[in-house]
Design a protein around this ligand. Structure first.
Ligand SMILES: Nc1ncnc2c1ncn2[C@@H]1O[C@H](COP(=O)(O)OP(=O)(O)OP(=O)(O)O)[C@@H](O)[C@H]1O
Ligand SMILES: [Mg+2]
Length: 618
């Protein structure tokens, strides 16, 4: 049973508190199907979000099965299904895969047979079985809505909130979905609330809530609707509503509601009795099956003649409503969610041809570019031992030549290392700038459904690490293969490669942090480009900076630490050649590793904070 008592949600407008939901009081028994109707902007979505806990109520209370949610805590994620106004799923997955990942993320199953059975049931109940292998991107609007519904049904929610799941559909599809919801409301002590614009098929609902400017104008059986508003047709209700103030509708409703509530209660108890006698008839048939399976599957919804096993009831906090309730499905552990998310990320990546081509192109072209530039430099440093014979004048000329050559070589080498780093920074920002911001609505939905931010973070870190390692090692070793760095031993090559990997990681994770903090993928991309753009000028590698600025900016510039560490790792003679032409102070290699590790850590922490942040826009 769901009970709202004087529920309010207010916002602050020009210093005044305005109630978008104003003292909504309704009681819905179990197995109840309610529609919320009302003109656009009257607060239907806001009310639904307030019930779901996405908006914190500013006054009033919500009772679920007799328990005040303020006292016992919010709904369990598995207990509540919320189908938002705009359906959201990964376009690269098939219907079956989308439902499978939703199930694996929200329900702990004990065998693959149980998992498959659960998926098959949801597909069947929502009429998606024939479309199981179809990609989400090719589904029609109505099919997408059904998928959105299916993804919520995987956890057998006892309270299902649907926002305009029928809008924009043809009358037949609309009727199908309303019938489907009606059927679902008849099982598992479920309560379904469906927001709709449409005033068709109202007879399929147990009650209709008419909302006007956030206030209840009516809540009663559909059959009494026209009578209450003194109109001939339901279509005339909205014009009628605007004929008087919402506060008048509200107070007049308060006066009359008793009689309508009695009708709702009576209809509900009649249904319960019908269901009970139907169950008694089935008991002898069902008793054999009870012991065989306890998967808690969603039942074929359109009638009480279900042939699915019911789950064993478990005592709840307060059982005053119907005596016994279904056992909640168990949420999977963090590691299981992590592996589902990671496998899904790789699958989506493998199907995103554009992304794969871009990654491959960058992987090949960037090192090739570095090699072309590197090939221009004559790489052997010349030594003073060349200056032994000949006269003083010739020797002086030779020393001048030699210094110029080594200076040129030093700056070429330093430039080539920096070029590698800058390109890896670009790859890093390309890896992650859109990663979280681009799929935020899906993540918010999954977080709301009980997916752990730690599992989500872990999956992103592992997927990013995969890209980072390939990109950095290809860059380090392919350039070295084509143009062996003068004076680079195998151990310094390893240090160099590690520092390239770390700078790529630092930028990738900082940009991942940006992505999880920003509202849109465009904002995240823009900020990430700025972050990369500032690496080169502020590194001090190409332009000498004023000392005060250098000291201030250096700790933040990952490129500088990777660059200076890489140069340091090269052989002494080479380093001196470079040292002569580079004005920047070189810190130790260890320092480079420490600072880059701190950058990576900060990026991951920001990402985690951003992922936990509540950012549900719809
Ligand atoms: N967080 C918020 N801050 C300010 N205004 C809000 C907020 N949420 C909703 N509103 C406003 O409250 C009103 C009700 O919005 P809501 O989305 O609930 O309407 P609705 O009945 O669902 O409309 P529709 O049928 O068009 O979907 C609108 O005027 C909307 O702009
Ligand atoms: Mg709405």
């Amino acid at each position: 049973m769901l009970e709202l008592n004087d529920l309010c949600f207010s916002i602050n407008k020009d210093g005044n508190s305005v109630n978008l939901v104003d003292k909504v009081s309704i009681t819905l028994p179990s197995n109840h199907f309610m529609a919320i109707v009302g003109p656009s902007g009257c607060g239907k979505t806001t009310l639904l979000r307030t019930i779901a806990g996405l908006n914190a109520e500013s006054a009033g209370s919500i009772h679920w099965d007799g328990n005040n949610l303020d006292e016992v805590g919010d709904f369990e994620p598995q207990e509540l299904g919320y189908v938002p106004q705009f359906s959201i799923a990964y376009e690269e997955l098939t219907v079956d895969e989308a439902i499978e990942s939703a199930t694996k993320l929200r329900v702990k199953t004990h065998s693959s047979a149980e998992l498959n059975q659960r998926i098959d049931n949801v597909l069947e109940v929502t009429g998606l079985t024939a479309l199981a292998d179809r990609f989400v991107k090719v589904l029609s609007g109505g099919q997408k809505r059904r998928l959105g519904l299916a993804m919520e049904l995987v956890s057998d929610p006892r309270l299902l909130l649907c926002d305009e799941v029928t809008s924009g559909l043809d009358p037949r599809s609309e009727r199908e979905i309303v019938r489907l919801l009606h059927g679902l409301s008849r099982s598992d002590d479920r309560v379904i609330i469906s927001v709709t614009h449409s005033l068709a098929h109202l007879e399929l609902y147990d009650s209709i809530l008419v909302l006007h400017e956030g206030r209840v104008a009516y809540h009663g059986p559909p059959s009494q609707l026209t009578h209450y508003f003194s109109v001939d047709d339901t279509e005339e209700i909205y014009p009628r509503l605007s004929s008087q103030e919402s506060s008048i509708w509200q107070s007049s409703w308060m006066k009359h509601r008793g009689i309508y509530y009695d009708q709702i209660a009576q209809a509900s108890s009649e249904r319960a009795q019908e269901a009970m006698s139907a169950n008694t008839e089935q008991a002898s048939v069902a008793s054999l099956e009870d012991d065989l399976d306890d998967t808690g599957l969603i039942e074929e919804s359109s009638s009480t003649e279900s042939d699915q096993p019911r789950r064993k009831p478990k005592p709840k906090k307060n059982q005053e409503d119907t005596g016994e309730k279904k056992t909640l499905v168990e949420l999977p552990g963090v590691f299981s969610q992590f592996s589902t998310l990671l496998a899904r990320r790789f699958k989506i990546f493998s199907r995103d041809k554009g992304q794969i081509i871009l990654q491959l192109a960058v992987l090949l072209i960037f090192p090739a570019l570095v090699t072309i530039f590197a090939g221009q430099a004559d790489k052997s440093p010349r030594k003073l031992t060349e200056v032994t014979d000949g006269n003083i004048q010739e020797n002086l000329a030779l020393i001048g030549d030699l210094t110029a050559h080594n200076g040129y070589l030093g700056s070429a080498l330093a430039g080539i290392v920096m070029f590698q780093i800058v390109l890896l920074c670009l790859m890093g920002s390309n890896n992650s700038a859109r990663e979280v911001a681009g799929e935020r609505p899906i993540w918010e939905k999954e977080k709301f459904g009980g997916v752990s931010p730690l599992a989500y973070l872990g999956s992103k870190v592992c997927f990013m690490a995969f890209l980072i390692i390939i990109q950095s090692l290809v860059m380090a070793f392919s350039v070295n293969l084509a143009w062996p760095f003068p004076g680079e031993s195998s151990s310094s090559l390893l240090t160099h490669a590690l520092l390239l990997t770390m700078v790529n990681s630092a930028i990738t994770f900082i940009c991942l942090g940006v992505s999880s903090m920003m509202k849109t993928a465009e904002q995240a991309s823009l900020l990430s480009i700025y972050i990369v753009g500032f690496q080169l000028p502020l590194s001090g590698a190409v332009l000498a900076l004023p000392k005060w600025l250098e000291h201030f900016s250096q700790p933040f510039i990952a490129a500088y630490w990777s660059w200076s560490g890489s140069i340091r790792s090269m052989e002494d003679g080479q380093k001196q050649v470079i040292g002569r032409v580079i004005s920047t102070d070189f810190n130790s290699i260890q320092m480079s590793f420490i600072v880059l590790s701190i950058h990576i850590l900060i990026g991951i922490v920001i990402t985690y904070i951003g992922m936990k942040k509540h950012r549900w826009e719809h």
